[in-house]
Design a binder for this molecule. Structure first.
Ligand code: SF4
Length: 400
């Protein structure tokens, strides 16, 4: 990817290099840090300062992340005051460098201050319901909230969509949403690599509605064929909803750009799924993955390590290994391991405490993930030529 480098000397910090890339603007002081990344509208998206990584969300919060000496990740959302100070310092530096370089294309770095960022966050909130979660490979997707909420919304451990009723938007509503999204991102849409149909269960919409949405997406120039983002369409779906559509339906959706669906299996242990009030069984997930794959769509299966605590650990592990082995997962598919984070006041927490279930420690969750991975690895060594990707999915790292 081509980049044009512009540079200046600032008396207090020394050499500052700004790289204009097709999808972002990077600012680097000296050879290594601090460094900042902005989208093409000049919104700060990430930084590396003082040995810490920072990510800024479109609702104007800042997450700092670092790896501890033992390899564990530490992360913290900055307080509003800390975030304001951090952002003010970043934009003061960027504005001075842009002024010293004098290239008009850098004016976007001079257009922001804390008031403008706060106003931008308020505008974001008028376009989107909170974007509660995305899979890690979709953090740079362009999110379209074709639905709001979760069509089920009763799993005891999940609070992502408790703040909103499930609602399927009409094609006209989606068109209006896309117009607002396009206006909000402007040229910064170049950073977005794919389309994510949100919220939790957008693909549960009837085929007629899905076709109408996809027609709108095509007409608005957002499909893979007609313009950025070119990476295809992605979405969550629950296994119990997959069979509401036929193989022919899924094949049609694949032909319209649906590339991968993400299924929260959580566990391969049916008794644990019942305890979580997750509808369906591990067998349903296996069948759902088979159908999706048969249609030419990649699958991602999400496992929650630590869920069910000490009481379910053995059955959770063995059931999950058996279920994953029964799925025709291959290159292009992703198995995610998501360490269970119990949301404050969750029904799961109450039920688990009443049942005397001890939560697993972070180290025990990591060990559980390692054992599941090792069991799958054994299979891979035995001749699975094109394995799926295995990756960590830590919901605390999510920033949109
Ligand atoms: S885990 Fe999935 S199906 Fe269950 S409530 Fe949350 S979003 Fe809905």
């Amino acid at each position: 990817m081509s980049a044009e480098a512009l540079a200046c000397e600032l008396s207090d910090v020394g050499r500052v290099t700004i790289r204009l890339r097709p999808t972002a603007i990077n600012l680097l002081v000296g050879d290594a840090e601090p460094s900042y990344s902005f989208d093409l509208l000049g919104r700060l998206i990430g930084a590396y300062v003082g040995g810490l990584n920072y990510r800024r969300s479109l609702d104007n919060r800042v997450l700092s992340k670092m790896s501890g000496p033992d390899g564990t990740r530490q992360r913290r959302w900055l307080s509003p005051d800390e975030a304001t100070r951090f952002l003010t310092a970043a934009y003061a530096l960027a504005a001075r460098a842009a002024s010293a370089i004098g290239d008009p294309r850098l004016a976007v770095l001079q257009a922001w201050d804390s008031a403008a960022l706060a106003a931008d966050a308020r505008r974001f909130a008028t376009i989107y319901r909170p974007v509660s979660i995305l899979p890690p490979d979709q953090y740079l997707a362009l999110v379209l909230q074709a639905t709001e909420g979760c069509s089920y919304n009763r799993c005891t451990f999940c609070d992502f969509y408790r703040d909103r009723p499930f609602r399927i938007k009409s094609a006209d509503e989606l068109r209006g949403h896309i117009a607002a999204v396009r206006a909000f991102f402007g040229p910064a849409i170049a950073l977005r690599r794919s389309l994510f149909l949100a919220d939790a269960n957008a693909l549960v919409a009837p085929m007629a509605r899905l076709r109408a949405w996809l027609d709108v997406i095509d007409a608005e120039g957002l499909s893979q064929a007609s313009g950025p983002p070119a990476g295809g369409i992605y979405s969550f779906i629950d296994a119990f909803d997959v069979h509401r559509k036929s193989l022919a339906d899924w094949q049609e959706l694949a032909g319209r750009g649906l590339r991968r669906v993400y299924i929260g299996m959580e566990s391969g242990d049916d008794a644990l799924l019942r305890f979580l009030r997750k509808p369906g069984t591990a067998g349903d997930v296996i069948e759902a993955v088979r159908l999706i794959k048969q249609a030419g769509i990649a699958a991602s299966v999400i496992i929650m390590t630590g869920i069910g605590g000490d009481r379910s650990a053995a059955a959770h592990e063995s059931g999950t290994i058996a279920a994953l082995k029964a799925m025709p997962l291959a290159a292009g598919d992703i198995v995610y391991f998501s360490p269970f984070i119990d949301p404050p006041g969750s029904e799961y927490g109450t039920l688990a405490a009443a049942a005397g279930i001890r939560p697993l420690t972070p180290a025990e969750m990591a060990a559980q993930e390692a054992r599941i991975r090792a069991a799958l690895q054994t299979e891979r060594d035995a001749g699975d030529a094109a394995p799926p990707q295995y990756a960590r999915y830590d919901i605390r790292e999510f920033v949109y």
